[in-house]
Ligand binder design. Structure first.
Ligand SMILES: Cc1cc2nc3c(=O)[nH]c(=O)nc-3n(C[C@H](O)[C@H](O)[C@H](O)COP(=O)(O)O)c2cc1C
Length: 326
């Protein structure tokens, strides 16, 4: 047998990194492709609609935010009026995204009229103009009660339809046992080759919660009300470089299962992005204390429901547009 000039441990490392350069090439290729297809670079009808849906959601979050002050979001409202108006002029009003803009703008307008708050003239005119293009109803933000929201059901369809991101929390504590039970139930999530690389950190102390919320960009106006913040990480040491994307997929599947499990145990939850710079990730690791091989994938703010609260409509696009039978 031919003997190698390298000691065994070096050969082992060389074998481990043999995927590295092909992966680097692939990553650069996908990065360029993603950048081209990202709606911030290439704008056409589809990208404009996607952008409109995000703008709509930001405004509906404002409408449902606990303790919002009237007269909020003028720039956001003007932005939707501009974008939606341009879209209708260039293409057509007959899209769920544009209809959703019109409904959310009308809800914003009604909220101010009902509370005798005078909006700037250009906003009133803009909204009236948009309303002329209304063709059909979309889902509006609405108020619900604790008992309606957690109405028991044995029917999975009803259960799935009843879950929403909830950004209102009472000052009651979520018992540790309920969180642990939800995490246990969420472990029914499938994972690639049953690897189970996902970990959950339950951030509990006031100072750690505040430090984490300061890093996360998307909890303004409600994060401080949450009883705990959950952090979901994926342990990259379970993967080789070429299949690392599956780590994020497994974390996503686990997260959805956990959202259902929290809902089942009567806990309000809102997923929060973990779009963090390397610097912020380092800071987060210092606060939470996860291992160096783990990557933060997403946060979830949780709390007990108040007696009454608001949820966003979060209208989905027409299901016919997201599938194709081939
Ligand atoms: C990966 C991910 C990141 C999210 N990040 C935030 C966030 O930072 N802040 C927020 O208020 N909502 C966030 N959300 C919640 C979405 O806005 C919400 O899921 C979407 O509008 C659909 O509404 P629903 O959850 O009520 O069905 C996030 C959701 C996901 C899946």
């Amino acid at each position: 047998m031919k003997r190698s000039i390298f000691p065994a441990f070096i050969l082992e490392q060389l074998r481990a990194i043999k995927h590295f350069f092909p992966l680097l090439g692939q990553t650069l290729y996908w990065m360029c492709k993603d950048l081209w297809h990202s709606y911030s670079v290439k704008r056409n009808q589809k990208e404009n609609l996607a952008e409109l849906m995000v703008a709509n959601h930001v405004l509906e979050k404002g409408i449902t935010m606990p303790g919002h002050r009237l007269g909020f979001g003028y720039e956001r409202v003007r932005n939707i009026i501009d974008k939606c108006g341009k879209y209708i002029k260039d293409y057509s009003p007959n899209h769920i995204e544009t209809q959703c803009s019109i409904d959310i703008l009308a809800q914003y307008y009604n909220l101010h009229v009902d509370n005798h708050f005078e909006l700037p003239d250009d906003i009133i005119k803009g909204i009236q103009e948009m309303k002329k293009s209304k063709l059909y109803d979309t889902k509006l933000c609405y108020e619900t009660t604790k008992s309606e929201y957690f109405a028991p059901t044995d029917n999975f369809k009803d259960f799935a339809l009843s879950r929403h991101s909830v950004r209102w929390y009472s000052d009651k504590k979520v018992p540790d046992e309920a969180i642990v039970n939800a995490i246990h139930l969420a472990q029914t999530a499938p994972s690639a080759c049953n690897r189970q690389c996902v970990k959950v950190y339950v951030i509990t102390t006031e100072d750690k919660k505040k430090a984490v919320l300061d890093i996360q960009n998307g909890n303004r106006g409600f994060g401080h009300l949450a009883d705990r913040i959950l952090l979901i990480t994926a342990d990259m040491s379970f993967w080789l470089c070429y299949n690392r994307n599956s780590a994020f997929l497994d974390a996503g599947i686990f997260t959805m299962n956990l959202l259902y499990a929290l809902h089942y145990y009567g806990i309000c939850a809102c997923t929060l992005n973990a779009h963090l710079s390397i610097k912020k990730q380092r800071k987060l690791r210092e606060i939470v204390g996860y291992s160096e091989s783990e990557i933060p994938t997403v946060f979830i703010s949780i709390g007990k429901a108040p007696e009454k609260f608001m949820v966003t409509g979060s209208q989905r696009v027409e299901h016919e547009t997201i599938y194709k039978i081939v």
